[in-house]
Design a protein around this ligand. Structure first.
Ligand SMILES: [Zn+2]
Length: 256
């Protein structure tokens, strides 16, 4: 409620203006946050976000410049599109989200299972190597100093791998308990149906992350890809999205 009140009050002056998406916007190329910058204009129309590693062209990334007003429109339109599909055909929407999550989670799981498998194998291998250098040490085949150095190295590697196995196993487990996420997301959609403007509260309830790509010039026009990642359900590829169409076409081409 406090955040809503804050959002509805008069436009703050330059000094106190804060980005509506601060902390949520990330660079597609380096992964850094995009920092909010307010500008001289009184109404905030020039307020913008820039990659934290750009640093006025002295950093090691490009600006990925995007005005807040533009981002606001993109996010609002995205919420409208998702809400529209939700109300038009909730079953289809649910299937879409579940399929997307399932596909992604399955891909992720396969990769993780493979990594866990490899880490386990390496752990076993290290055990054997360790045994061998221990024997070499006893037989005097290698110097005791070298033995100490090697054993410390192998021990460190083994410790790291064991922690990796533990962490990934946990992730595989949490995949199982994500079933109520769709309901949580549906509750947010229902709560905000009919909104005409964004507030920081709405943004924080809907959005987990926004990934901004570097702008591209196509036929002299500036294009900039922006990925919206929602809370609970992630990125949603609607059937009406141009990218989804393209992906489909690519898939068909591949299978053909
Ligand atoms: Zn960057």
């Amino acid at each position: 409620r406090v955040q809503e009140l804050r959002a509805n009050k008069r436009r703050p002056t330059k000094a106190e203006r804060q980005g509506m998406f601060s902390g949520l916007v990330f660079c597609a190329d380096c992964g850094s946050k995009l920092h909010f910058a307010t500008c001289k204009s009184f109404d905030g129309s020039q307020d913008n976000y820039r990659c934290a590693r750009y640093k006025s062209n002295t950093g090691d990334c490009t600006a990925h410049f995007i005005r807040e007003e533009v981002l606001r429109k993109i996010v609002l339109n995205r919420i409208f599109a998702v809400t529209a599909m939700f109300y038009e055909d909730i079953t289809a929407f649910m299937e879409l989200i579940q399929k997307q999550r399932f596909d992604e989670a399955e891909k992720d799981m396969k990769r993780k299972r493979r990594e866990v498998g490899q880490a386990r194998k390496r752990i076993a291998e290290l055990d054997r190597i360790f045994k061998r250098i221990y024997e070499d040490d006893i037989n005097g085949t290698i110097s005791h100093e070298r033995f100490l150095k090697l054993s410390a190295e192998y021990e460190a590697e083994q410790k790291e791998l064991t922690e990796k196995v533990k962490a990934e196993q946990q992730e595989v487990d949490t995949y199982e308990q994500n079933k109520s996420d769709f309901d949580s997301f549906a509750a947010i959609i229902r709560k905000y149906v009919g909104i005409t403007e964004l507030t920081p509260t709405i943004v924080n309830e809907f959005i987990k992350k926004i990934v901004v790509h570097a702008p591209e010039k196509i036929d002299g026009k500036r294009f900039q890809k922006v990925d919206i990642i929602f809370n609970f359900v992630g990125e949603i590829h609607l059937p009406t999205d141009p990218q989804t169409e393209q992906k489909k076409a690519n898939k068909q081409e591949k299978t053909a």
